[in-house]
Design a binder for this molecule. Structure first.
Ligand code: SAM
Ligand code: SF4
Length: 335
């Protein structure tokens, strides 16, 4: 069997893959307008990887040199027994960072046990600070529950908490400065995300709602001194520092305006066990079939991962000018 780090995962373009994002469920208690359609069909339970299968795949990746795992979804914290997965992954030797992306709705109860199971950093999505707008954007999210969750996370003592906001023109772009003020007040990082064309949605026209990172930066520069910094957190965001507010960094994830493919270091495992080699391409490998056909065969699994990484595509091809080409929604992909 392969021992830790003897076969680093390197693709054809010499990119080192050391970051795995795992979607543990496609289900969610929210229905954000950019992520899901109003009426969604979720996967039947037997098509979803079990927690044991997820652990087996994560372990194989860590043995091949993956240092960072992000648990995401759907809403990861609505999956039953999810804390047991965090505990098991938190104990994997060789894994440096176990992190989480959540909508925050369950954090009031779960922040403390998550921290205790080894989660160091968390990202919490927050697109608006106005309850009615928040409700419109999430279709059924309760802002006060999420704000209470953010406070619970601060009390639980994570090393870093980052807010994520997807910005849409005329839906929440006017709130950009308020979101920054909130992040400063709570001493949190904040990343603005450009909407990606994943899945067919009917709530808005994505081209019309596009509000670029450059537009946001220009808005912020009228109020704040923004200094670019080369710091990164191992993901696609570019960061700025606010010299007057050292506890807050402002990040931008800009798949349209500043593509990040050349330095891509990550792959994704979907809730049904597809290993997606690129967020914006359909190339994938069915790891569920592999772990179910070869139960307990760690070597076979690792060799399959090595082969898969070799075929990682060079880049995504997101565009507002073309019809949506990627039919899978962000909740199955694992954002
Ligand atoms: N439910 C959790 C949450 O909302 O944080 C985790 C899963 S969610 C799919 C992960 C991130 O993807 C969130 O920050 C969300 O705002 C973002 N996201 C969802 N759909 C997106 C899209 N079409 N374009 C860009 N970001 C998107
Ligand atoms: Fe749920 Fe997160 Fe998608 Fe919103 S972005 S619908 S919270 S999975």
């Amino acid at each position: 069997m392969t021992t830790a780090n003897t076969h680093p995962l390197i693709d054809r373009f010499n990119r080192h893959i050391n970051y795995l994002r795992i979607s543990v469920t496609d289900r969610c208690d929210f229905r954000c307008v950019y992520c899901m359609d109003e009426k969604m069909q979720f996967l039947p339970r037997e098509q979803i990887l079990t927690l044991e299968e997820i652990e087996q795949i994560a372990r194989a990746f860590v043995l091949l040199g993956v240092k960072k795992i992000r648990i995401t979804g759907g809403e990861p914290l609505v999956r039953r027994n999810i804390l047991s997965l965090f505990e098991r992954l938190g104990a994997l030797p060789g894994l440096k960072e176990l992190v989480l992306t959540t909508n925050g709705s369950q954090l009031s109860q779960m922040a403390k046990p998550l921290r205790e199971s080894g989660v160091k950093r968390i990202n919490i999505s927050l697109d608006s600070l106005q309850a009615d707008k928040f409700l419109k954007l999430t279709r059924n999210g309760k802002l006060d529950k999420v704000l209470a969750g953010i406070d619970a996370a601060r009390e639980a003592g994570f090393e870093r908490i980052k807010l994520n906001a997807v910005i849409l023109k005329h839906r929440n772009h006017e709130e950009v400065p308020d979101l920054v003020d909130f992040a400063i007040q709570k001493q949190l990082d904040l990343t603005f995300i450009e909407e990606m064309p994943l899945g067919l949605i009917n709530s808005h026209d994505r081209a019309e709602a596009y509000y670029s990172s450059d537009d946001i930066l220009a808005d912020l520069k009228t109020q704040y001194q923004m200094l670019p910094t080369p710091e990164n957190t191992g993901g696609p965001a570019r960061y700025y520092r606010l010299p007057a507010h050292p506890d807050t960094r402002i990040g931008f994830i800009s798949p349209h305006s500043h593509d990040f493919c050349d330095t891509c270091n990550r792959v994704r495992l979907t809730a049904e066990g597809r290993l997606l080699l690129c967020l914006g391409q359909e190339n994938s490998v069915d790891l569920r079939r592999i772990v179910r056909a070869h139960p307990g065969d760690a070597e076979y699994l690792q060799n399959s991962l090595l082969k898969a990484i070799h075929n990682k595509p060079h880049s995504h091809d997101f565009s507002h000018e073309k019809p949506v080409e990627i039919m899978r929604y962000m909740n199955t992909t694992g954002g």
